[in-house]
Design a protein. Sequence first.
Length: 762
Amino acid sequence: MRRAPGERLAAVERELAKGWSYETYDQLCKLAEDGDAAAQYRLGQMFERAEGVVQNLPDAVYWYRLAAEQDYVPAWVRLGLIYSIDPPPVASLTAEGRQRVAEDGVPAGSMLEKLFPRGIAVSKDLAEAAKWNRKAAESGVAEAQARLGHLLALGQGMDRDEAEAERWFLAAAQQGEIAGQVGVGILYAGGYGTAPDYPRAVEWLEKACAAGNATAHYWLGRLLLRGEGVPRNAAAAVEHLETAVEQDHLDAMYLLGLTHWGGANGRPDSSAAESLLRRAAARGHVEAACALAKLLLEQDSNSVEAATWLRQAADAGHKGAAAALGELYLEGRGLERSPVEAARWLEIGGEASTPEAFTLLASLHVEGFGGEPDFTAAADWLHQAAKLGSAAAHYNLGSFYRLGMGVQRDREQAAHWYRQAADLGSADAAFYLGVLNAGEESADPDYEAAAMWFGRAAEAGHTLASHNLAFLMFEGKGIDPDPPRALQLLELAAADGCIPAAEALFSLYFEGKHFPTDQARAMQFLARAIELGSSSAANILADWHLEGNVSPFGGRLDTARLELSATKGNPEAQVALGRLLAAGLLGTPDPASAHQWFERAATAGDAYAQAWMGDCCRMGLVGPADAAAAESWYRKAAAQDHTGAQIMLASALSAADSTTEEQFEEIFGLWLAAASAGNALAQRNVAECYRLGQGCAADASAAFRWLQMAAEQGDADAEFELSECYKKGLGVRRNAATARIWRERAYAHGYADAEAELAGRR
């Protein structure tokens, strides 16, 4: 008598229970091939579980699907699960082989294709998952109901439907399905983006916790930690999270790590936090990897490892990690500094990247980071930072457009970006809007707007804006004249550290413009400017001393900021400090200390310092006189058109025992350069060269013209020689009366020979 399929399958199962055999397996295959749904399902199980056959999910799915198409409910359940997850490929392949197959598929005609004709992997398919889970759920299977609720809550494989998700979760939960209890608990807790109903969430989560579910412990711990639906209880929250962690719940590890890090349950415990975050990160928890990296950076314990974790999280698509990794590349922290890599990761980070990072990237392009500056790239990055609301980026873009750096110079665009930056609170932007309106490259200045913007910046504490507003007030431009208020603005700005304000007050009090002269007050502000580090003010004081005036400060000057600037390599500050020391304006004259500052400035290329070094070597102010060294320094300064150096070098070359034609030409060139700058001595020597034909062709007319220029500056020697030209007709028609006038001028200016000649004619 022929047995029914169910009886045959039961017999196969009894044989399998004794031990797997080819004969029994063949019997099962025959039943499945004959269309027995239960046998097809059982064969699918064997391929899924590797029961006597090579584990291969596509083969399992093939048999499950045959059974499912015959409305075999357990097959619906299995397919609903398999398509909901990312199932692994065949276990017998190596990791390398699985990777290759994942990328290229099973090679056609290969042994692999012959062994696994149905493939070696099943792809996640949420639409298929929704289809089979719905069938199983409608048949009353609780686990499928819970999965269907999850898919509906997230809108995976079907349209999102919160109400239906709730219905299926509850259906599963009421059957005692823990996944349903957890699902509805998460739904009521707002975990699916739904409106929270915390009391009901706690009710269902507690039921799942009682069954020991790790996810329920995690969510209840989360609610307790935040005080949502239940009184906040950090200690109880930690207990729930620890229970979940014991079951290797990754989200619980992450949250508990954050809890210990922040000290939500007492004192912060960075060691415990690091341990938990490291466990979760090592198992692929992206948020934990990012948090661990930030913890390591905060502790400054291992920035190299931090960079590694950030890269892992960034590679997994975490935009915050990508942004943080970009910042590490900017700083060169934990990895080699690379603006190129920084740019790549910051772009991946997108809105998670801070505007400050984009602004820093722009500044690196301005600096050139080892190459040429790239203002165009810098402007592009500033636009990115501006999109994220950076006031600094808006301000810098205003400056780029104002100066034409990396973009077409455009005053209107500059004003546009400055206005946006000013609206974001940038006092610097408001200041430059004042500058633009006050007439920078504008044919029609708007002083009223300039005063408004300067006033706005001044109110925000911008001292240079106060300085500019004060001068608009002095002149009544765009604002009512108010000298007392203008003076008050300048004095407040100077008190707040504004060097131009202190310098301006010195000039105003010294010259008596807008209010009476007050030399004592002027000197107070000159001292204030020096105290603030003004090299200009220090040089004014040095000039004052060289003109024979007595210093009003008596060595009480505070030059700390000037010294700091000089120490940092500012040549102007070095020269100013050297001059003060050499003149004894900081105590007794100290040529040796002055020499140190002048030498640093001279080496950096400052022409004044180079000329001073020439004088120092020539006169032996510090050490023995050294004519060769003096000439070397003079040449360097002369090459930068320093008139004094040109004169000293020309004088030194002229004093040589013998002079070649080539040297005469060099001497003439030096005198001519200094003469063209307006120096009377040089003009007289150029005239002498033309008169004698030294270094140039003799030219009496040219000699006359240069003498006349020197004479008109009050040079007594030139006045006397010019009188000789008129007397003898050298380069000009004879004119005794004019000759006498120039002799009298020479006499008035102390020329001794002129005085003797005039006395002899009286």
